[in-house]
Every structure is written in structure tokens, then in C-alpha cells.
Design a protein around this ligand. Structure first.
Ligand code: UDP
Length: 399
């Protein structure tokens, strides 16, 4: 199949290049590479945010196309909506010039708007993956949410007009259903994990004698690092390694990193908390392997790749029971689930796990098995390709 993926703000090149990238970049890069490996012709359309990037870049068997839409500079994603019309127009012209795709797969709601606009004029079916929903963000962030007005209305409408919605977890399915998107329009296919890169065998980052709790991600408040630091005060001996954020040499310029350090001092655990700064994706497996447990303690999480990456390295996970984490982490089988924003419950789970070798080893083995058998990219990408084939077939039958 010819597949056009649209990821307006999250370029797969960022994930492959090792710069500060989030889960969507990683997801799009891995899915595109896997589909290309399975013989599909894949192009990823992303907004051009640097005047010096070439229009087309070939990488890992697929092509990244940089779409001129708005200024060729980095813009916050919440400022991109006015440029989605130009994005759609350019992409439709490119499809006509280079051959229409069989399916367009949009990642994030704004990509969905561009895909639906271009898809309508070119007769191309559209599959939508949201990655995050405005309703959830608003519920947790309130006035701090800077999403464009009407985001939720657009998301609801998209769910009704696209040919198929791919939801990544049951929580997202429920959320969309309560927004009025019919369940029969949805297919549940989770994100995947690269089992070649994330595996238990291989080198580990150096560590000392202390039990190691690792947590990984951007240094944003909703990831729950503050609760983790507070919990650490009730987990004797253990160290907490926080991986992510700006590069190491600029880490302490970041007010969020400084705040976490202050918090650690106030909680009396400064000597047991270490911030590493950004870790290159290729280095991540070494960090997971060095840990006794991965803690993923967000207030909310649309999917959450880091627990899955840890599980694929055979590491048990203590996670908050939110969003995608309630699907990936099986409570008392591959790890433990605790309520969000509850340092006391977190401390109990961490103490129990760090104090019980048998439990940890058994969770780790079950975690590895689950990551490999359910979330391997070859399986996940084939399931997504089946969704593409079904919408392309329906279109053909109608035409
Ligand atoms: N990551 C990384 N280096 C870091 C921190 C994170 O490569 O220093 C990667 C991590 O391995 C994962 C992604 O960034 O693949 C984070 O995805 P997740 O879904 O957990 O969170 P998001 O950033 O999308 O909220």
C-alpha cells in the first residue's frame, strides 16, 4: 500500500536524531520504518520548521516530506492551527503530483484536519490516531492548558468524519465514546516497542549499591516527579534517577529541573536523587537495564511508552493507574498500579517491590513476555496495516 502519514508537529527525524522528542515522534518513526520493512511505500508529512532542511529526506526505508506551512521556524504546537489549511493544500498538490496514497494516517488532531481536507479533495481515506485528547488535558491542566479554543469540538467532529479511528488504549476508547464518537468507528491497536533495541541482555549504565528506581520523560509537572521525590523519603536506601529534560550541560538552566532539586532538598533526599538530563534514544536501554524498577507516575498519560520500554528490558513497573498505563501494566503480574498523585501509596508499592527479590524477578519476567508477545512492532504494524486495508477496500467498493 501507499501510505501517507501526517505528523504536523512531531517529526520522526527528531526521534531518530536523538533530540528532545516525545512519544509521538517515536511512534511515527517506528511505525513508518516497520511498515516500510513490511513492503509498504510510506511517506511522512511534517511541517518544515527549519529553512535549511531539504524538502524530502529518505530514512530507514521511508521518506520524510517537509511541508512549507507557516514560517520555517520552530513554533509551539498550540500555534500551528492557522497553518493547517496551507499544509493541506500543499500536501494535496504533492499527492496529485507524485501519485495518490491508498490511505492517509493522521497523528494528532491538527494533522487530522489537514488529512481530512486533503483527503476530501483527492478521494483518499483517512485514519486518525489522536495520541492525546483535549478533554483530558483540560480536565487536568485547567487554565494552564494553552490548546486552541474548540480543540475538543474539532476532535469530536474528526472522530465522526474520518474513515477509522485507531485508539491506543481502552481509556481513550471510553473518553472518545463519552465525547460522542461511536465505538463502531474505532479500532483498538496499541503503540509498540522495539524489541531489538529494548531487550534484557546487553550493557547497563553504571550504578552503585543502592536499589535504583528509574523514571523517564520530559520534565513536565504532569509526569508526577514531585510525588516520586516525596515518596522516596519513605523508601529507605533507594536512589531515584530521573532521565530526560534538556541536555546535561544545560539542565540546570531549566527552572523545572531546579525545582525538582529544591524539592529533593526539602524532602531530605537530595543525596539520593539524580537528574541525568536528556538521554539519546539509543542509550535508553542501558538505563532501563540498570534499574530495579521503573516508576511511571503521571497524573494522566494518553499511552506512555516508557513503561513498555522498561518491560521489554525485563524491568517491573510501578505506575499510576491512568490512561494507557492501565492496559500495559497488569497489576500484580507485570508490576503494580497505584492511584495518581498519592506519594504514600507509591512509597508502599516501591518498598514492597524493592524488598522482595522474588516478586521483582517474577514481575520482570512477566513484563518481558507481555512486551514481546503483545507490543512488538511487527505485530502492531501488521494490525495497523489491516486497518488501512479495510478502509481502502471500503473506499474502492463505494467508488
Ligand atoms: N526518551 C528519550 N530520552 C530521554 C527521555 C525520553 O529517548 O532522555 C524517550 C523515551 O524512551 C520514550 C519517549 O522519549 O520513547 C517518551 O515517550 P512517552 O510516551 O513515555 O512520553 P511523552 O513524552 O510522549 O509524553
Amino acid at each position: 500500500m501507499r501510505v501517507a502519514m501526517i505528523s504536523e508537529h512531531a517529526s520522526p527525524l527528531a526521534a531518530l536524531g536523538g533530540v528532545d522528542a516525545g512519544g509521538q515522534n517515536t511512534h511515527v518513526a517506528a511505525l513508518a520504518a516497520e511498515l516500510a520493512g513490511q513492503g509498504h511505500d510510506v511517506r511522512v508529512y511534517t511541517r518544515r520548521d527549519d529553512p535549511d532542511t531539504p524538502e524530502r529526506v529518505a530514512v530507514r526505508g521511508f521518506e520524510v516530506v517537509h511541508v512549507p506551512a507557516g514560517p520555517p521556524s520552530v513554533l509551539p504546537k498550540d500555534d500551528l492551527l492557522p497553518h493547517m489549511g496551507a499544509f493541506a493544500e500543499w500536501m494535496a498538490a504533492d499527492w496529485r503530483a507524485t501519485g495518490l496514497p491508498d490511505v492517509a494516517h493522521a497523528h494528532f488532531w491538527m494533522s487530522g484536519l489537514a488529512a481530512v481536507t486533503a483527503g476530501r479533495v483527492c478521494g483518499v481515506p483517512v485514519v486518525q490516531t489522536y495520541h492525546a485528547l483535549g478533554t483530558v488535558k483540560r480536565r487536568h491542566q485547567g487554565a494552564a492548558d494553552t490548546s486552541p479554543a474548540h480543540r475538543t469540538a474539532y476532535e469530536r467532529q474528526l472522530g465522526r468524519v474520518v474513515d477509522r479511528v485507531i485508539v491506543q488504549c481502552r481509556d481513550e476508547e471510553h473518553e472518545l465514546a463519552s465525547m460522542g464518537v461511536p465505538r463502531e468507528r474505532m479500532s483498538l491497536v496499541p503503540s509498540g516497542v522495539d524489541g531489538e533495541l529494548f531487550r534484557p541482555d546487553g550493557p547497563a549504565a553504571p550504578r552503585g549499591e543502592r536499589p535504583r528506581i528509574l523514571t523517564v520523560g520530559r520534565l513536565v509537572e504532569r509526569k508526577g516527579y514531585a510525588e516520586l521525590i516525596r515518596a522516596l523519603a519513605a523508601v529507605p536506601d533507594a536512589e531515584l534517577v530521573i532521565a530526560g529534560g534538556p541536555p546535561r550541560d544545560r539542565l540546570m538552566d531549566d527552572p523545572r529541573a531546579r525545582r525538582l532539586q529544591e524539592l529533593a532538598r526539602a524532602a531530605g533526599v537530595a543525596g539520593r536523587v539524580r537528574l541525568t538530563g536528556a538521554i539519546a534514544p539509543a542509550e535508553m536501554p542501558r538505563w532501563y537495564r540498570s534499574a530495579d524498577v521503573l516508576a511511571a507516575t503521571p497524573w494522566y498519560e494518553p499511552f506512555g511508552l516508557t513503561p513498555l520500554e522498561a518491560m521489554a528490558c525485563g524491568v517491573p513497573v510501578v505506575a499510576t493507574a491512568v490512561g494507557g498505563l492501565t492496559d500495559t501494566v497488569v497489576d500484580r503480574v507485570t508490576g503494580e498500579l497505584v492511584p495518581p498523585r498519592d506519594p504514600a501509596a507509591l512509597a508502599v508499592a516501591l518498598r514492597r517491590l524493592l524488598g522482595d527479590d522474588v516478586r521483582r524477578i517474577s514481575y520482570g519476567a512477566a513484563a518481558l513476555d507481555r512486551a514481546r508477545s503483545v507490543y512488538g512492532w511487527p505485530t502492531v504494524a501488521s494490525r495497523i496495516a489491516d486497518v488501512y486495508a479495510s478502509v481502502a477496500r471500503v473506499r474502492e467498493a463505494v467508488a
